[in-house]
Design a protein around this ligand. Structure first.
Ligand code: FES
Length: 149
C-alpha cells in the first residue's frame, strides 16, 4: 500500500509517534490488518508484539474490519439499571456473537459503550448513528431485522 509508506514516512522521524501512526492507518483502512502491522514492524524495526500491545490496549483500535452495520449498546449506569444487560444478551444470542465481535457474514459489529449521552432514553442502542431508546430484548431483535438486508 503506497499510502502506508507515506504514513510511515510521516511518523518515522518523530519519537513516540506509534499511536499517531496506528491512528492514521485506522483512519485510512478502518482497522489494523495483521499484514499491515507486520509491514510497520519490519519497516520501523519495532517488535510486532509492541504494536499488538498498543492496538489491544487502546479501545479506539480494531484488529478486525467493521461490519456493514455498527451496533453500539449502552451499558452505562442509567441504561444498566433499566435492563441494558438483557438487551446485550438478546443481541448476542440473536447474532450468535459476543459484544466486540463482527458477525461472520460481516453484517453487524456489536459493541458495548459506557454512555451515549442520552440517558433519559435508556436502555439505548445506536445503529449506524441512529438512536433507539427504551430498548428491551424483544425490541432489539426486531430492530436488528430492519438492518438485515
Ligand atoms: S447511560 Fe446510557 S446513554 Fe447514558
Amino acid at each position: 500500500m503506497k499510502k502506508l509508506d507515506g504514513i510511515i514516512k510521516k511518523h518515522q522521524q518523530k519519537k513516540g509517534s506509534l499511536i499517531g501512526l496506528l491512528q492514521d492507518i485506522t483512519e485510512e483502512l478502518g482497522y489494523l490488518p495483521e499484514k499491515t502491522l507486520e509491514e510497520v514492524s519490519e519497516k520501523l524495526r519495532v517488535p510486532l508484539s509492541h504494536l499488538y500491545g498498543l492496538a489491544t490496549f487502546y479501545a479506539s483500535f480494531r484488529l478486525e474490519p467493521m461490519g456493514k452495520h455498527h451496533c453500539s449498546i449502552c451499558v452505562g449506569t442509567a441504561c444498566h439499571v433499566r435492563g441494558a444487560s438483557r438487551v446485550v444478551e438478546a443481541v448476542e444470542r440473536e447474532l450468535d456473537i459476543k459484544a466486540g465481535e463482527t458477525t461472520p457474514d460481516g453484517k453487524f459489529t456489536v459493541e458495548t459503550v459506557n454512555c451515549l449521552g442520552a440517558c433519559a432514553l435508556g436502555p439505548l442502542i445506536v445503529i449506524d448513528d441512529e438512536y433507539y431508546g427504551n430498548m428491551d430484548g424483544g425490541k432489539a431483535i426486531k430492530l436488528l431485522k430492519k438492518y438485515e438486508d
